[in-house]
Design a protein around this ligand. Sequence first.
Ligand SMILES: Cc1ncc(COP(=O)(O)O)c(C=O)c1O
Ligand SMILES: N[C@@H](CCSC[C@H](N)C(=O)O)C(=O)O
Length: 445
Amino acid sequence: MASPDGTSPTLQAANKAFARLDIDGHDLPPSPAPSSPQAGRRRYALATELVYTETKDQYGASSIPIYQSATFKQTSSSGGNEYDYTRSGNPTRTHLERHLAKIMNATRALAVGSGMGALDVITRLLKPGDEVITGDDLYGGTNRLLTYLKNNQGVVVHHVDTTNIDRVREVLTDKTTMVLLETPTNPLIKIVDIPTIAGVTHDANPKALVIVDNTMLSPMLSNPLDLGADVVYESGTKYLSGHHDIMAGVIACNDPELGDKMYFTINATGCGLSPNDSFLLMRGVKTLAIRMEKQQANAQRIAEFLESHGFRVRYPGLKSHPQYDLHWSMARGAGAVLSFETGDVSLSERIVEAARLWGISVSFGCVNSLISMPCRMSHASIDAKTRKERQMPEDIIRLCVGIEDADDLIDDLSRALVQAGAVTLTIDGFHATDAEGNGSTPTSA
Ligand SMILES: Cc1ncc(COP(=O)(O)O)c(C=O)c1O
Ligand SMILES: N[C@@H](CCSC[C@H](N)C(=O)O)C(=O)O
């Protein structure tokens, strides 16, 4: 016999059998379908996929509308619609998540309110007593959250030099539940061998999760899931959005169970990205390819300029980078963040403060060029003692290169170097002044 709504007994039984339960076994209100790239269709080059989207918008809108609605009307007293409440799911966010899954080579992507929000969702997979291995050169906020988990949640955190596989092996045991990597590291631009670490981690404990923070490269330049990572996350505040007008975080994985667990946390805590910011992130992603191409071309010019004038520059686009080959075995570009040292904190301060075109600001990945002193700014939450133990040079200057004219950027930097007294003028131009006050020999032409 058919039910009052006309559903056959067979369909009623099937609906019951396939009722969506959350990981605690509670009946879920309607939630968005898992984000997945459309299977079976032609896959275009990444630059094309970044702009190519499909929607079933009733008016054929070529840009996803902003569904600025907290709640959605249902067709029956038991719900019945794909969306019920924006904390649980929103069409603008789902559209973005499906697009991100496609470009991150994942079957599931999730969008949240910030990069740190993404790491919070991921680390809620941990239980007291779990062990995490991570780097000794980490973004300050990541270090802060891990320290909180260590001090308050009983999670054991090992900070080691993840560029040295032996240091990782020393702390890797069957208790290791998570290995958290950044590459290139922020701000020392060290390169971490993702495939090797993923291999040894999964050998030691097949259930351990290798998590990669891909903020420095973005999906344009690297897909850590293809290199053996289980979960990749990024601060969408950076390259993905590109204009420093939103905060966002994205998470991607290929394991549906893991995706469901992280979605559970997002729904339970309410950290999903807002409809308006989902729209802006979607818009930003479409121009990622051209922004990144210009930013890294500019970064390469600036890195070569500084190195040729005698500064110690850290940038994986320079052949002098000690892990140049490793970086290029994993990535399609060098990115647009570089750092250099002057040997003197007050000299670095004078350079930063003399720059005009380069904004003194934390963050990176924006169309505007930025200059900063990480130990005073982005990494100030790591205490001075720990910074010293981790060999972070206090004088290090970080440059986050934008899309301006490269000659203008070099002119402004040159003027700042001269004004700060960082260089010695010679008949041929200028060279970095060493600690003794002499113009040093340029390291390359
Ligand atoms: C490498 C890295 N990961 C994560 C984050 C956190 O991102 P958000 O500022 O969007 O929370 C940042 C910067 O803030 C970062 O530099
Ligand atoms: N005051 C902020 C500093 C944010 S740093 C942003 C970015 N990751 C960078 O490396 O510049 C904080 O305490 O988190």
